[in-house]
Unconditional design. Structure first.
Length: 335
């Protein structure tokens, strides 16, 4: 098994106690006209979108390198009704994708209808991950292709994938899911068990409820790319942290060394931390949810130390503490 596909072990240092780990993400709403373009124009469109993301990242985050760009499902394919003619080989697309990744110095997730290099003709709905140097870091093959009601054929003849790899990138651990995978829990659970910190979600579907649910349940970031209506970054508290709603690009920075806190009077909805640490702390507090996500902007002070200075622990640890108090007072768990 390639190194990039092995399950990743948990870091020796907890997320709360690691220095800030900023990740600069880019995603897109491509527009449906993409799917009528021939392959050479899709290469051009990839370059245009990645270039626009890189320009916006440089403008909004000077001095920061762009880390990850995600493109929508079916991005690299030929316009046709036949899977045989739609499909592309890895050799056809890898040089141009690699050149794009090298040009912008970022990891690039590019979905494609892939003609597999095997004796028997086989096609996958896949997403290739290319690193900053243009090297192929791995491929995820959609495990749950859809079959329309009344049909027993999966996406025109696609073979479902078998594995849920997590890829070790220099910014963190990345998993990939594709569109209809949203309706099945196995991949999302497997990625969490293997230590994924971000999940790229190339999709034809702009739905928000299921991505938010998976992000909340498994406490990782999800970044979606679509042809229409919504591309978004979902945070581990199950909220849309940033989104685009029209054709174009979205650039957003996250921090993988975060803390999740529920309401406490001493927290003052985050203002107690801001008063104490100023711009050295950042957060999104959602008053309607009575909680939020917090991170450090100071390499010398972790978010764990910051929240501990208020006598606080992260939400999950506090929920477990209270559960034990409840069981002690009750004389055991609920019937």
């Amino acid at each position: 098994m390639p190194q990039s596909c092995r399950p990743m072990s948990s870091p020796a240092t907890s997320r709360l106690d690691r220095p800030p780990r900023k990740v600069l993400l880019g995603t897109v709403i491509s527009g449906h006209e993409l799917f009528s373009l021939p392959l050479d124009r899709r290469f051009d469109r990839m370059d245009e979108l990645a270039g626009e993301i890189a320009d916006r990242a440089a403008e909004g985050h000077p001095g920061r390198r762009l880390d990850l760009v995600v493109l929508p499902e079916f991005f690299m394919a030929r316009p046709d009704d036949s899977l045989e003619r739609q499909a592309v080989s890895l050799g056809e697309v890898q040089p141009r994708v690699a050149a794009c990744a090298r040009r912008h110095g970022c990891y690039l997730v590019v979905p494609l209808i892939l003609r597999e290099e095997a004796a028997a003709v086989r096609f996958s709905n896949a997403a290739m991950l290319v690193d900053r140097e243009g090297r192929l870091a791995g491929i995820y093959r959609k495990a749950h292709p859809v079959a329309p009601q009344g049909s027993d054929t999966l996406e025109g003849g696609i073979t479902p994938g078998r594995d849920f790899p997590v890829f070790e990138c220099d910014f963190g651990r990345l998993g990939i899911q594709i569109c209809f995978d949203l309706l099945y829990d196995d991949g999302w659970q497997a990625l969490a068990a293997r230590g994924a910190e971000i999940v790229a979600l190339p999709s034809a579907n702009p739905a928000a409820i299921r991505p938010a649910l998976h992000a909340l349940r498994h406490q990782y970031y999800i970044v979606s790319a679509t042809p229409r209506d919504r591309a978004a970054v979902y945070s581990p508290v199950g909220a849309i942290e940033a989104e685009a709603n029209r054709v174009g690009v979205l650039v957003h920075e996250i921090d993988l060394s975060y803390a999740i806190l529920h309401w406490e009077a001493v927290l003052e909805e985050g203002e107690a931390l801001r008063r104490k640490f100023g711009d050295r702390v950042g957060f999104h507090y959602y008053r309607t949810e009575d909680g939020g996500i917090f991170w450090s902007n100071d390499p010398a002070t972790t978010i764990g130390r910051m929240i501990a200075s208020l006598g606080l622990v992260e939400s999950d640890a506090n929920v477990e503490r209270i559960r034990l108090l409840q069981e002690k007072a009750r004389g055991g768990p609920p019937a």
